[in-house]
Ligand binder design. Structure first.
Ligand code: PMP
Length: 378
């Protein structure tokens, strides 16, 4: 009998039944009064829960949300600072350069972070915007967003853009307290919804920056086009992804039911236990201990394990994981553990990793990683 396939890549993540049910509902007109109310309430919840001035949920992916952040904060000739901890941090560079924006980059060696002292010094050069990726999915590194926020806050004319695609709804992110001006994300990771929604939260400072730009070149992603709809979804700009809006509303309901802080704590506890479990099987972890994300673990293979063979066998055992990116292709696999995943899923995942290791010829004491995970989480 074939094993059920668990999608344990770092997004999309497993979609829980009540969220799936919302995606399976009969699609209604986008001016259906009940849908309009649902959309309106969702935006209010997003604003309130992440302590933002405005929130947007529109059709698109995380990359669109990145582009939306860029388009609404800078113009040709501006200078920005990109703080990069991997592949997704770097993605901002091209986006800015295409707009004729000058980009300075502070890059960390993969697995580490750029020290705050370096950022502090660099900021003195004066930037219109600073970007930082809260969790870079290529490296599993978590940035010190609170620390960066405290530094950027001292510059009146600099907005802080945080990529939360691989962190929002799992790592702590409150705009007001953490001095984030734009937080952006997608539906398919810690929210546990299918891909297809671009999410963005904005502070007063970010909205003032948008106003100062006048008419911008982009139209679909212009804050000014979407703000009237976010306030009153009876109005139209682009057709809302109706079933995904419902699905996200259900995800937000689950988050409220669990509690934001409780959800962050669950991710923290589970991820630390998963790390120990993974290490016990002879894997290494790419991210240094002091900057490990709670949303994924990048597991470096022990000597003698072939990436392609291991991931094929693991898939036969019922677990799909992601491959390494860049210089780490073939050297590690990326294990997502965020969103609406319970202990059944985690225990099954670890047990499948043990079976796969055994099948590719590694010595495994069955139950080692599962035992460690359980002892740290019961
Ligand atoms: N930023 C980060 C940190 C990501 O992990 C991803 C997707 N893996 C993106 C941006 C891009 O998002 P999307 O694939 O939804 O466009």
């Amino acid at each position: 009998m074939e094993n059920k396939k668990l999608v344990m890549i770092p997004g999309p993540t497993p979609v829980t039944r009540s969220i799936m049910d919302q995606m399976g509902r009969e699609t209604v007109a986008f001016k259906d009064p009940d849908f309009v109310n649902d959309y309106k309430q969702l935006i209010i919840d997003l604003k309130e829960m992440w302590h933002a001035e405005e929130a947007f949920a529109i059709s698109g992916t995380g990359t669109l949300a990145m582009e939306m952040a860029v388009a609404n904060t800078v113009k040709t000739g501006d200078k920005v600072l990109v703080i990069s901890h991997g592949f997704f941090g770097d993605r901002f560079i091209d986006m800015f350069e295409r707009r004729g924006v000058t980009v300075d980059v502070l890059k960390a060696e993969w697995g580490t972070t750029v020290p705050l002292s370096e950022i502090e010094l660099k900021l003195k050069e004066g930037y219109k915007a600073v970007t930082v990726t809260h969790v870079d999915t290529s490296t599993g590194v978590k940035a010190n967003v609170e620390g960066v926020g405290a530094l950027v806050e001292q510059y009146e004319d600099t907005v802080l853009i945080v990529d939360g695609v691989c962190s929002t709804a799992a790592e702590r992110e409150y705009l007001e307290e953490m001095k984030i001006d734009i937080l952006l994300s997608g539906s398919q990771k810690a929210f546990g919804v299918a891909p297809g929604l671009a999410l963005l939260w904005a502070s007063k400072k970010a909205l003032a920056r948008r106003a100062s730009l006048g008419t911008i070149a982009d139209s679909y992603i212009d804050f000014d086009k979407w703000l009237p709809i976010m306030k009153d979804p009876m109005k139209y700009w682009g057709t809302p992804t109706i079933n995904l809006i419902w699905a996200l509303k259900e995800s937000v309901r689950l988050i409220k039911e669990e509690g934001m802080e409780e959800r962050f704590a669950r991710h923290e506890k589970d991820s630390r236990a998963i790390e120990e479990a993974i290490l016990s099987l002879g894997f290494g972890i790419l991210a240094s201990e002091e900057c490990r994300a709670v949303t994924l673990t990048n597991c470096v293979y022990p000597e003698g394990v072939d990436d392609v063979e291991f991931r094929k066998v693991l898939s036969e055992e019922g677990v799909i994981v992601g491959g390494g990116l860049g210089a780490y292709a073939g050297k590690l696999f990326r294990l997502g553990h965020m969103g609406n995943i319970d202990k059944h899923i985690i225990v099954s995942t670890l047990a499948a990793i043990e079976r796969a290791l055994h099948r590719v010829g590694q010595r495994v004491e069955f139950g080692t990683s599962v035992g460690i995970y359980l002892s740290k989480t019961v």
